[in-house]
Design a protein around this ligand. Sequence first.
Ligand code: FAD
Length: 320
Amino acid sequence: MKVIDHILQAKKTLFSFEILPPLRGHDIKDIFSTLDPLMEFNPPFIDVTYHREEFIYVEKDNGLLQRKKISRRPGTVGICAAIMNKYGVDAVPHLICGGFNKQMTENALIDLNFLGIDNVLVLRGDPLKSESNFFPKKDGHQYAVDLVKQIKDLNRGKYLDKTFIEQQEFPLFDFCIGVAGYPEKHLEAPNIESDLFFLKKKVENGADYIVTQMFFDNKKYFSFVKKCRSEGISIPIIPGIKPISSKKQLNSLPSRFYLNIPNELVKEIEKAKDKKIVSDIGIDWAIHQSKELKDSGIEIIHYYTMDKPKAITKIVQAVY
Ligand code: FAD
C-alpha cells in the first residue's frame, strides 16, 4: 500500500520510523531484532535510509596515501524486500541523487518495481564528507526536484531510452513519492522563503507527501505547516522526531542539520550526570512532543532512530 493511502486512511495517529542498513559485515538478524519489539504497535510503513559511498585515504607500503571508495552501509533495497517479506509491512527505500546517474536510477526503480516496492522517499543526499558542496554524478541529478521528475515520468511510462516509448500507454510504475522539508530551513538555503519555493517545485513535479527534518520545538513545525499552506503546498506534512541520546548531540545535531534545541532541553541535558539520564531526558522530551502533535490531529509521526531503536520503542509504548 502507498504511504499516501496510509495517511489518507488513518483513523488515529500512526507512527512510522526509519532504520539504517546495518554496517557492512553485520547480519540482517540485527535489523529484525530491533524491529521485532516495534511491530506489535503496527507501524504502517518503515523507511530504510540510503548511504552513499565514502572516500577514505589508506597508507600504502611506500608511505603514500591512496584514495579508496568504501560503502559502509549497503543493502537498502534488500532490507526493504526482507522487511516486506517477513512482516508484511510496507517498506520505503530512500533514493538519492548523489552517486547515481539517471540510468542507474531508472535501473534501481525497475528493481524496486519487480520487488513490489511502490514507495520511495526522494532526496538529494549530502555532499561527500571530502567535499564542501554537493556534486552530482555525471548525467545525474543536481536537486531532488529533478529526481522527482524522473520518477514521475516513469510513472507516466517515459523511459530514458525512447525505444521504450510504447510503454507510455501502459505504464508499469506507480511510485508514491515522499520528499524532505525543513521547518528551520535547509542549511544551504539562503532563507526559508527560498527553501519553500523549491519545496513547492518538488510538489509541483509530483511529490505526494513531505517528511520533515527533525525539530525539537513543535512551534517550528506548526509555523512551517502554516507557511507551506499559505504558499499553496497542500500535501500532507509528516513531522519528524528524534530523541536526543547524548550530550554531544547538543552541538552535533545543530551543526549537521541546521536546527535549534530549546534552552530548557539543553539545560536539562547539561545537568545530567550520566548517559542513561541523558537518554531518559531525550525520550521524555520526544514523548511530550509526540503527545502534543497527536493531540493536534496529525495522521502520522515519523521517528528518526539513527541506529538507536530502543528509544523509539519506549516512546511508542508511551504515546500509541
Ligand atoms: P533538495 O530538495 O534538492 O534541496 C537541497 C538544497 O537546494 C536546499 O537548500 C534547497 O532550497 C535548494 N534547492 C532545491 N532545488 C533547487 C533548485 N532547483 N535550484 C536552486 N536551489 C535548489 N540523506 C541521505 O544521504 N540518505 C538518506 O537516506 C536521507 N534521508 C533523509 C530523510 C529525511 C526525512 C530528511 C529530512 C533528510 C534525509 N537525508 C538523507 C538528508 C538529505 O539528503 C539532505 O538534507 C540534503 O542536503 C538535501 O536533500 P533534499 O532532498 O532536501 O535536497
